[in-house]
Write a protein that binds this ligand. Structure first.
Ligand code: AMP
Ligand code: FES
Ligand code: ZN
Length: 310
């Protein structure tokens, strides 16, 4: 097979795009895809201060690599979730990546912050699945770090596979409020929120894996130990099967949702957040979902520590 751009021997075949590239042209293609997504959705402006959430996985490190290449002013943010060896290994990958390129990095360890709770403690004490608790906590610390650090925008490495799986989950349960907010760019709805962007939302997991490999990015290959059995993985597997039979399914699913259906959901759901009575960050109730979660954990712990007299 030949590279569609230069005619040399191709190293990567992209069935969803009905194309193939040699190494040099693939790197060019990948960067241009990200650049186009950023421009088409007005995600970033050169000169803005961008906080890039990096987990140590291939997507977020590939994103950071491309953003630096494109000349953006970036700072990395790593959250230490407290998930044992997995967190230690992923932090090391992020620190090495940043040090090797002399990039600024902020590390926030959840167990050293306010309530002193990592993901395992919260998951054990609340009745939520670890991933659900983790999602709430990550969002809170992303928002807090972006706001207190005075950043203009927060970028995450969510890729096409993540977005398609999330969309499938939201559609299967018709979660209208989630569908209203599932967009590659979320403008701030409160002065304490910054814009949130996902520049890789049209880039498949396979594409970022190839990019990371070709760029020699050392990332954590292991999945989070809590991921096994998560419904998100079931949706990903279902979409992978569809994609094999019909390449381009994921891309069409996400792109057409954003073009045709998402605006209708967004037009109906327009809730303005207030300030959380606990932490002062924006909230849709008296407490934000992070503070509700923390309160739930504290209440349950207090109950177990002081059992009622017999
Ligand atoms: P996930 O929720 O694990 O699918 O990750 C989605 C995106 O969230 C990643 O691409 C990162 O941008 C960000 N992210 C996930 N975990 C972390 C973490 N521990 N620290 C910083 N960013 C993270
Ligand atoms: Fe959050 Fe695994 S990364 S539970
Ligand atoms: Zn709060």
């Amino acid at each position: 097979m030949k590279c569609k751009r230069c005619g040399e021997r191709a190293e990567v075949q992209l069935r969803a795009h009905n194309t193939a590239f040699c190494r040099t042209c693939y790197l060019f293609y990948f960067r241009r895809q990200v650049e186009r997504a950023i421009a088409a959705q007005h995600m970033l402006v050169l000169g803005e201060r961008i906080l890039v959430a990096v987990s140590g996985g291939k997507d977020s490190l590939a994103l950071w690599d491309v953003l630096v290449d494109l000349g953006y002013d970036t700072t990395g943010l790593y959250l230490g979730l407290g998930i044992g060896q997995y967190s230690d290994a992923s932090q090391e990958k992020v620190e090495r990546f940043a040090a090797g390129r002399a990039l600024p990095l902020r590390v926030v360890k959840l167990e050293a912050e306010g309530p002193g709770l990592g993901v395992p403690a919260v998951a054990a004490a609340s009745r939520r699945a670890p991933c659900a608790a983790c999602g709430t906590m990550k969002r809170h610390y992303f928002d807090a770090a972006a706001f207190t650090g005075g950043f203009d925008v927060l970028a995450t490495g969510h890729n096409l596979d993540d977005e398609a799986a999330r969309l499938l989950g939201n559609v299967l349960r018709w979660q209208k409020d989630h569908l209203a907010r599932q967009r590659p760019v979320l403008p701030p709805t409160h002065p304490k929120f910054v814009r949130k962007v996902k520049p890789l939302y049209l880039t498949s997991e396979y594409e970022t894996a190839v990019y990371a490999f070709m760029r020699g990015i050392d990332y954590i290959v292991d999945e989070c130990p809590n991921a096994a059995g998560a419904t998100q993985l079931l949706y990903k597997a279902a979409l992978d099967r569809l994609e094999v039979e019909s390449p381009g399914t994921k891309l069409a699913f996400v792109k057409e949702f954003l073009r045709t259906a998402q605006p209708a959901f967004a037009a109906v759901e327009q809730r303005e957040p207030q300030e959380c009575a606990g932490c002062g960050m924006p909230a849709y109730g008296a407490l934000c979902s992070f503070c509700s979660l923390v309160r739930e954990v504290e209440t349950r712990r207090a109950r177990t520590a002081s059992p009622l007299p017999a």
